[in-house]
Design a protein around this ligand. Structure first.
Ligand code: AMP
Ligand code: GLY
Length: 424
């Protein structure tokens, strides 16, 4: 069969790599893709937000399946456009993707259906939010309602900081229209875990757990980023935690979306915090995590196209997900200065060292081919260097060794990805 993957990041490279392993696939297209994806798929330069053009491409290439990777087109309704044109598509429609598209919606959903999460209030004007803060306990968390590239969350230690935060989100519109509404939320402490799940509208099947490192600098310091590295599984995600989450969080979320007339078919990413009072939801995403996909998908034993079919056809209850009893670590090589200012266009050396390997992978996040035919850096996060190992410590050692095989000017990586492994 022919498959079109929509997106251009490390997540989409991991999805394309997994689809390429399927016995059922003959040809993969990616729109727009990147220089790494081009090794596995035919990349076609159609931007992800040009919905009709993506649909034209899928029709023209006669693809049997479209997989939509990123949040923006999902929340914007690309899946609806594709389905309306009769194209078989994997991903939530607009009605369901609101789970990620509006934090106020997702908080109200959790409250209504008793899904454990931080206490909160929603606000649609700055005056009310500022008045509320006067009586609130610090630290406190402010969240812009809409999509903000994972950066719309402010953790404020003092009332002054919180007031500044409200002003920058709601008045100065630091995150644009994403800040038209805002959630003010109780600050929680605990270990963070990411769990990706497949959903067919009724049934939900969790994949293996992972943990992200969102801050730019070692020791979880510096600015929030899209993610500087991941490992899987999380040693803190025990069987007991898993049982609790299946019963109190995962299934109730899918049931709630159904009850609201918004059945969710696709991947729900649960950002969880393991608090003293038990696991609570930090956030929902309506897609694979990036860079969580880079450590979860290489460990998956199923043919991903079988699982996707089950999600689309509503037969996930007959599918068992299988993950290898091993571990994976992904270290992101970023451009120095990310997430603020950085230079692009530097040639990347050593990519050939990953060819033909099935224990180390170099997933491209921000790369492109230049006029000279060289693969050059083209974004803040450039590569996700990933390695498998029989356990987390071995995977971490292998991943850091693999980062030495590849190189570009101005490269920056964290030195402590997987630090939590030693604390388990
Ligand atoms: P989010 O985009 O909602 O996942 O938030 C980004 C990061 O902010 C999370 O990964 C957490 O580290 C942190 N965060 C979000 N909400 C809270 C909360 N209620 N308490 C403590 N930390 C939070
Ligand atoms: N790694 C966090 C995310 O994908 O949102």
């Amino acid at each position: 069969m022919k498959v079109l993957v929509v997106g251009s990041g490390g997540r989409e490279h991991a999805i394309v790599y997994k689809v390429a392993q399927s016995k059922r696939v003959d040809k993969i297209y990616c729109a727009p893709g990147n220089a790494g994806i081009a090794g596995l798929a035919e990349c076609v330069p159609v931007p992800v937000m040009e919905f009709e053009k993506i649909a034209d491409l899928a029709e023209e290439k006669k693809v049997d399946l479209v997989i939509v990777g990123p949040d923006d087109p999902l929340v914007g309704g690309l899946v609806d456009v594709l389905k309306a044109r009769g194209l078989r598509t994997f991903g939530p429609d607009k009605k369901a993707a609101i789970l990620e598209g509006s934090k106020a919606f997702s908080k109200d959903l959790m409250k209504k259906y008793n899904i454990p999460t931080a206490a909160y209030e929603n606000f649609d004007n700055a005056e009310d939010a500022l008045a509320y803060l006067e009586t609130a306990k610090m630290p406190i968390v402010l969240k812009a309602d809409g999509l903000a590239l994972g950066k719309g969350v402010l953790i404020c230690n003092t009332l002054e900081e919180a007031k500044e935060g409200v002003k920058s989100i709601m008045q100065d519109k630091q995150f644009g229209d994403a800040g038209n509404r805002m959630v003010v939320e109780e600050f929680m402490t605990g270990r963070e875990v990411s769990v990706l799940t497949f959903c067919d509208g009724k049934t939900i099947r969790p994949m293996t757990s992972a943990q992200d490192h969102k801050r730019a600098l070692d020791g979880d310091k510096g600015l929030n980023t899209g993610g500087m590295g991941t490992f899987s599984p999380s040693p803190f995600y025990t069987e007991e935690v898993d049982r609790f989450c299946r019963e109190k969080i995962y299934q109730p979320t899918v049931d709630a979306m159904c009850a609201e007339g918004r059945p969710f078919k696709g991947v729900i990413f649960f950002g969880l915090m393991l608090t003293e009072d038990g696991p609570k939801v930090l956030e929902y995403n309506a897609r694979f995590g990036d860079p969580e996909a880079q450590v979860v998908l290489p460990r998956m034993e199923n043919d991903i196209l079988d699982v996707i079919d089950a999600c689309i056809d509503g037969t996930l209850d007959q599918t068992d997900l299988r993950f290898a009893d091993n571990a994976a670590v992904c270290v992101v090589l970023a451009s120095n200065g990310y997430p603020l200012h950085y230079e692009k266009g530097f040639p990347i050396r050593g990519l050939e060292n990953f060819e033909g390997r099935d224990d180390i992978f170099c997933f491209h996040a921000g790369t492109k081919l230049n006029e000279k035919g060289e693969i050059v850096t083209n974004g803040g996060r450039v590569l996700g260097v990933t390695a498998l190992g029989s356990n987390l410590k071995e995977a971490r050692k292998n991943a850091y060794a693999a980062t030495e095989l590849v190189d570009f000017d101005n490269a920056y990586k964290r030195g402590d990805i997987g630090r939590a492994i030693d604390e388990a």
